[in-house]
Design a protein around this ligand. Structure first.
Ligand SMILES: Cc1cc2nc3c(=O)[nH]c(=O)nc-3n(C[C@H](O)[C@H](O)[C@H](O)COP(=O)(O)OP(=O)(O)OC[C@H]3O[C@@H](n4cnc5c(N)ncnc54)[C@H](O)[C@@H]3O)c2cc1C
Ligand SMILES: NC(=O)c1ccc[n+]([C@@H]2O[C@H](COP(=O)([O-])OP(=O)(O)OC[C@H]3O[C@@H](n4cnc5c(N)ncnc54)[C@H](OP(=O)(O)O)[C@@H]3O)[C@@H](O)[C@H]2O)c1
Length: 273
């Protein structure tokens, strides 16, 4: 059968099926796994456009589309996505209601530039996220290549509460799998103290804070035990657009700039809304 004669081949998207769902301890957070079209290719850090039949009446015609970063690595057979439920949102409550066997439509193209290809090799890679912005970094951290490319990786995850530290156990496992100090996992909680049990990198109990304030006061570097150096550090920002804007300004003043056509930078960013 040629591509043209395969039913649906001319469409921009494929119909996939939910295989598993995880609800995280903070019930507003969940992950879904779905089947993957073998022709769907992506680089860690990229996102897919997911479609759902939200409004009907035709349950087989997707009518709402949203961007979701891949959590899964390109070598994994299935795709995994990590989502928050925005109670007043159109898409995320519908995604949260899905159960194994339900359909999800996925645009055949993968999108986005928050990828490590943007950077020349450096010593330290700072992956900084709020909330579900962590998704894009999980795919990168599941890539064996990242560990030989950077001497140290500092993952900073800002959330409101400790219960929102999704993927924490996988990250702590990764710390154990690599050279001591190669992965520094710094959860930052803004509405309650940061619990030292969430990560071996936290140190003592820490007062509630935002990532932006910690960067401005120098405490972020202190907690990591490393300085942000525009010559040797590479920084990614992902998640809440206000956080991204404020961090860009703070980092810009310290010599961090996004790449331009043909010139690699030391900063890459992605806003989630
Ligand atoms: C490039 C890109 C990648 C994205 N990847 C993810 C992802 O991996 N996981 C994910 O949950 N979302 C992701 N999003 C956001 C996602 O596309 C939807 O906006 C989100 O699921 C909410 O959809 P909604 O229709 O329920 O609400 P919308 O009408 O789309 O959003 C309503 C409001 O909800 C808030 N909001 C939206 N998304 C988030 C979020 N992720 N965290 C906190 N508050 C939010 C904002 O205040 C927004 O104005 C991504 C967005 C972009 C642009
Ligand atoms: N389904 C539910 O039961 C439920 C319940 C609650 C919320 N929600 C939804 O969840 C969404 C919020 O998700 P979220 O908490 O993951 O995302 P978020 O609002 O972006 O907050 C994530 C982290 O980013 C911090 N932050 C926000 N603005 C910042 C800035 N300018 N600079 C630095 N840090 C900043 C927050 O700190 P602060 O705490 O200081 O803001 C928090 O620590 C809302 O849209 C809401 O609709 C759902």
């Amino acid at each position: 059968m040629t591509e043209a004669t395969v039913p649906g081949a001319s469409q921009k998207y494929t119909r996939q099926t939910v295989t598993a769902k995880i609800v995280w301890p903070a019930e507003k957070l969940f992950s879904v796994r779905v089947t993957r079209d073998p022709a769907f290719v992506f680089i860690p850090g990229q996102f897919a456009r997911l479609g759902l039949a939200v409004h009907g009446p035709d349950a087989e015609t997707p009518d709402e589309w949203r961007a979701y970063s891949m959590v899964s690595h390109p070598t994994q057979d299935e795709l995994e996505f990590f989502s928050v439920v925005v109670p007043e949102g159109t898409f995320s409550p519908a995604l949260a209601r899905l159960v194994p066997g339900d359909p999800v439509w996925i645009d055949k193209t993968s999108f986005g530039f928050l990828t490590l290809e943007r950077f020349e090799d450096g010593q330290d890679l700072w992956l900084i996220a709020t909330g579900t912005g962590l998704s894009a970094y999980m795919s990168m951290l599941r890539d064996p290549a990242i560990w030989s490319r950077f001497r140290r990786i500092i993952l900073v995850h800002g959330v409101r509460h400790t219960s929102e530290l999704a993927y924490g156990p996988e990250l702590i496992d990764l710390i154990g799998q690599h050279a001591p100090g190669q992965l520094i996992y710094l959860p930052i909680t803004s509405q309650e103290p940061s619990d030292p049990q969430s990560s071996p990198s936290i140190g003592p109990m820490r007062a509630p804070a935002r990532i932006t304030n910690l960067l401005a006061t120098g405490e972020l570097e202190q907690r990591a035990g490393l300085a942000l150096d525009p010559l040797t550090s590479r920084v990614m920002l992902c998640g809440n657009p206000a956080m991204v804007t404020e961090m860009r300004a703070l980092l810009g003043a310290r010599g961090f700039v996004p790449g331009r056509r043909g010139v690699a930078g030391n900063l890459a960013v992605e806003n989630y809304w």
